[in-house]
Design a protein around this ligand. Structure first.
Ligand code: FAD
Ligand code: NDP
Length: 660
């Protein structure tokens, strides 16, 4: 308080006192959840010791008979021009933009490889009841202008989102250009042939042996996602549970009854069902389970912040006259939406999306904002920055907690369902059904006070010395964090990537730290591009990030071909990636907002807080982490930087040569 007269202490305002109390509560709640085992508390299903858990990672949706009946779309040793690893929205966007740029002409110019049995990525694997996109479908669903598709609802269902992936594949003739059921193990740059060698295991179902394949590619495009590897907590005794168990990312309708399109879960009738986890997935699933289970036990470690949803069907008149009413509407809508989340909305601007997301300028705590200068890395400036964002978040977070009290009738349950962290620490959630479920007599919140489930046995789960007998157990326990391996684009999908001289991409990240130009390519790994995560601008709408990454990559490729012909080799130089990494590291103090966050995949299970508590000081390691940060002026500003780079036209910092 600068109004304090000389010689007196400033008098904190009631708001300041409230903020102080709140931040102390947030810190205490976060520290309570810190675990010494950090990321090690989980194991990816695929790598679980128990055969039973490994089997849970398999694709429940694939039609092996149909795929085996078709001739394989790839032959051993074939050389492709573009090999796209991943056939979700990201992979599809790469393909569409490459085709539009005229870079795909021959029959072997383009192939997808994906472990799934079809297109869709996230929307292939996830088919749990209640699944919808959490970002408005008019902004989230890619290529709406090009396909002319009108989403049925403001938030499209999982089925609709998957069907849209198929629609894109149909419109751009991609159905025969994908090798599905195929795990990519490794990609290696071969200096002699100047091609990527790609090692793939193609599954053929339980009745046929799998096929090991070696393919070659001029360009490898990694579109293998961020949340693709379901994980299970290492709860002692979990494997001994005698009832059915499955992960939400591989929903088992043979147990629950119903289908993704008709979640009439009659298999749960008369059953005691347990669900571990209360993240964004559980928020959508719980109301559906609550409808059918005899008793539903929701095992909570950290509550989600649950705000209002406002789902509604698309009004065809509004669609034509106010939404899809001009060319370029979708990008404009995405940026309008983003301006609210980066605290950049102009006075009097029309809020086109106008949903719960757009009430969160404090989400700039993770996305950045163009309104503020780079945060100087001094204790005072960092404290000022974090304090400002806590303040910006406070009213909205209080409203979300008040909403919980208004909806949940039992005050004790309501109290346990309140989230005590700022909006950027966990994916914010939106539901007009989740909190209401806890008013049903068959729904029981088992709050573990931040500790998690203690143990499991043949008949159920145990928390704080109390046993909960169950018939069915559902794991809603999330995914391996995309920040694994320092955010290496290889580590997050388990693909080993070896560049020039056999150098491993994971080693480069581990030893040197993130190093890219604009988040999409790295030196020593020619003709390899990946979807931006570290060192780029991010949006809460993941598809906008994928589009931005795709546009930029295709620009590089088109320019390279224009200069060196179809055999071009394009590679960022080391000085250029260092300059960009330094630019990112300079902005890293912004991310101090995450230090106090409750553990979760966004905070690498509380890694920074643990280091702060243990007073770890390692400047070299800190600089590596700083390089792993993002562009902190928001995605619109990042897009401007990329546009200026493209307009300048010389592909600064990138070497283009013709293949020998
Ligand atoms: P994905 O859709 O994950 O596709 C990647 C593909 O790569 C997968 O099919 C996978 O099988 C394949 N793959 C990975 N590794 C390998 C390998 N080694 N070998 C072979 N294939 C491999 N974001 C939002 O913005 N809004 C939302 O509403 C939203 N909802 C989500 C809901 C859920 C349940 C989850 C898990 C995520 C959600 N996300 C959401 C994030 C979502 O992942 C992205 O929005 C988007 O779908 C990612 O597309 P992608 O193509 O990059 O990756
Ligand atoms: P999350 O990682 O968000 O949630 C996992 C849950 O499991 C957390 O509540 C976690 O608690 C809990 N958990 C983990 N271990 C234990 C344990 N030992 N005992 C008790 N609880 C435990 O995964 P989700 O699948 O929910 O979501 C992942 C991401 O996918 C989201 O953040 C979002 O980005 C995206 N998504 C989007 C959706 C959409 O609306 N379209 C829907 C679903 C997902 P704790 O928080 O304490 O770690």
């Amino acid at each position: 308080n600068s109004d304090a007269p000389n010689g007196t202490h400033p008098v904190p305002s009631p708001e300041d006192l409230k903020l102080l109390e709140l931040s102390q509560k947030y810190t205490a709640e976060a520290i309570k959840r810190l675990r010494p085992d950090g990321l090690d508390q989980f194991v990816p299903l695929k790598k679980a010791e128990s055969e039973r858990f490994r089997a849970l990672a398999e694709d429940p949706w694939v039609d092996h008979a149909a795929l085996n009946a078709k001739e394989s779309p790839v032959a051993e040793g074939t050389t492709y021009k573009f090999l796209i690893l991943g056939a979700g929205y990201g992979g599809l966007l790469y393909a569409v933009r490459l085709i539009e740029a005229g870079l795909v002409t021959g029959p072997n110019d383009l192939r997808f490889v994906d472990a799934a049995g079809g297109f869709g990525g996230t929307w292939w694997w996830n088919r749990y009841p209640g699944l919808h996109c959490d970002v408005e479908s008019y902004t989230y669903m890619p290529l709406l202008e090009e396909t002319g598709y009108v989403p049925t609802h403001k938030y499209a269902s999982g089925t609709e989102l998957r069907e849209h992936a198929d629609r894109i594949a149909t419109q751009w003739n991609l159905h025969d250009k994908a090798l599905f059921r195929a795990d990519v193990k490794a990609v290696r740059w071969d200096d002699e042939s100047q091609l990527w060698k790609v090692e793939v295991t193609e599954g053929r179902g339980p009745s046929a042996p799998s096929r090991e394949l070696k393919l070659q590619a001029q360009y490898v495009l990694l579109a293998s996602g961020v949340l693709t590897n379901p994980q299970v907590p290492k709860i002692p005794g979990l494997d001994s549970f005698s009832g059915p168990i499955f992960h939400t990312a591989r929903w088992d309708y043979t147990i629950t009854g119903g289908t993704p399109e008709d979640p009439t879960l009659t298999g749960l009738e008369g059953k005691r069902v347990g669900i571990i986890g209360t993240g964004a997935t559980a928020i959508q699933v719980v109301p559906k389970l609550a409808k059918y289970a005899k008793e539903l036990y929701v095992f909570q470690r950290t509550p989600s912040a649950v705000s209002w949803r406002g789902q509604r069907p698309t009004d065809p008149v509004e669609w034509k006259t106010k939404i899809a009413y001009k060319k370029g509407w979708q990008r404009e809508r995405c940026l309008n939406y983003d301006s609210y989340l980066t605290d950049a909305a102009e006075e009097g601007q029309k809020n086109l999306v106008a949903d719960g997301w757009t009430e969160m300028p404090a989400y700039s705590g993770v996305l950045g904002s163009p309104r503020y200068p780079i945060v100087e890395p001094t204790p005072e400036k960092i404290a000022e920055h974090v304090g400002r964002l806590y303040k910006l978040d406070m009213a909205r977070s209080e409203r979300v907690r008040a909403r919980t009290e208004e909806i949940v009738k039992d005050p004790e349950t309501a109290n346990k369902l309140k989230a005590w962290y700022p909006c950027w620490c966990k994916r914010p959630t939106f539901s007009d059904e989740y909190l209401q479920s806890f008013n049903q007599p068959n729904v029981h919140l088992v709050d573990t006070d931040g500790k998690g489930v203690d143990a499991a046995n043949q008949s159920g789960l145990a928390v704080a010395g109390k046993e909960y007998p169950l018939d069915i157990l559902i794991l809603s326990t999330g995914y391996v964090t995309p920040a694994i391996g320092g955010g290496s684009p290889a580590a997050r999908t388990g693909i080993e990537v070896y560049g020039r001289g056999g150098r491993s991409l994971d080693d480069k990240w581990r030893n040197h730290g993130a190093a890219t130009l604009h988040g999409i390519c790295t030196s020593g790994f020619p003709n390899l591009f990946f979807m931006p995560l570290s060192q780029s601008g991010q949006s809460a709408n993941n598809v906008l990030t994928l589009e931005v990454g795709t546009e930029h990559t295709v620009h590089f490729l088109a320019q390279a071909e224009a200069r060196a012909g179809p055999g071009a080799i394009v590679e960022v130089t080391s000085p250029a990636e260092e300059a960009w990494s330094f630019e990112i590291a300079k902005q890293a103090a912004w991310h101090a907002t995450v230090v106090g966050c409750t553990p979760g995949y966004i905070s690498n299970e509380g890694e920074f807080l643990r280091e702060q508590q243990q007073q770890v000081q390692d400047p070299a390691a800190q600089f590596k982490k700083a390089r792993q940060g993002n562009w902190t002026r928001g995605i619109a500003s990042f897009m401007k930087v990329l546009q200026e780079y493209r307009d300048e036209g010389s592909l600064q910092g990138v070497e283009v040569t013709a293949r020998a």
